[in-house]
Design a protein around this ligand. Sequence first.
Ligand code: RBV
Length: 424
Amino acid sequence: MTKRISEQLSTDELLESGQRKMEWARQHMPILDSLRESFEENQPFAGERIGMAMHVEAKTAILTEVLAAGGAEVAITGCNPLSTHDDVSVALDAVEGVTSYAKRGVDDEEYYEAITAVIEHEPTITVDDGGDLVFAIHEEYPELIDSIVGGCEETTTGVHRLRAMAEDGALDYPMFAVNDTPMKRLFDNIHGTGESSLASIAMTTNLSWAGKDVVVGGFGYCGKGVARKAAGQNANVIVTEVDSRRALEAHMEGFDVMPMSEAAKEGDVFITTTGNRDVIVDEHFDEMKDGVLLANAGHFDVEIDLDALESKAVRTYEAREGLQAYEMDDGRRLNVLAEGRLVNLATPISLGHPVEVMDQSFGVQAVCVRELVENGDSYEAGVHDVPDELDREVAEIKLEAEGIETDSLTDTQQEYMDSWQHGT
Ligand code: RBV
């Protein structure tokens, strides 16, 4: 049985370090700050138990403490074996109303044991990143479902998984697709993934982007972000796609588009963002240049076939912290970051998405949890879009915090927009 983190790790130094990281994040999260104020006053979550599986680092800790400030009892664990910051987990565990089970570097068994520990708090609301918590509840604790009001899902892969569950009639409570909101997807997936993936790769390797050939697998929201930011760092960007319109979009944005079998020969750095498996496989490794970097920015570690790479290698060694070299029999070295796991969160120095971006994503999470508490009964089992007014509420809080004012439609403009009689 997994113990809370403060009973696993000695705490004084970790506590202080985690609290310092949280304080910095808190200072840069005006949306959560504003929601905290209203939650503290209104206690919307009194009597609720919130179970969370997310990347346990400073920004997530602020979301968690804001939910606890609204009266919830919160139990949290990680959603990736490598993304937890132990110091933050310890600091979070010390927050009133919060129990954290998250620990960095767990194996599969420990990972799922910690999820079980969260479920044993018998959550009434779940907040997931990737769907492992929802899935475990459905598989192993279906008797809890009756008392669950609903849940929220943070990421593309999780929403995809939930929709597949719903289509099979296997999703038994309502889930908000937080990922699909404009306030999340247009900022977090694009700017967040772009900036933080490139930052993690650069810091882990101490290598430059300028002049590199960077191959981006997939041109969805995350791929667009990675491709644009890499181009902004003076790299030459190659995109691989399976979807005709996305391929065309990438082409019209000025990127080279080609199959991975061709791109494999050209790339210096490979970053997968597809959410699918087997994007870089056996035959591609044969074509790659000596010294290439391989990184994955999709939720699960299935995009680069590391088993195939491992069996091809005559030797593997840790080239740098967070970077494993695989030496081929012809002497070429292919370097994999973070064991092929989410590169922006899973290398030892990764920090995840920038704070401002997560303030938006987690602002949407927080108002969705509030919506579940207030109106959960009106949502049936299945995947739900987040009501647009909630997404706009988060945008408005952010604009106000930034001191940015906008125009409003005049009555005449509104009337014009609503009428169809006008013409040439
Ligand atoms: N993400 N979280 C962070 N807490 O630092 N960084 C990225 C963090 C989320 C992001 O919203 C994305 O949808 C998800 O991680 C992928 O697991």
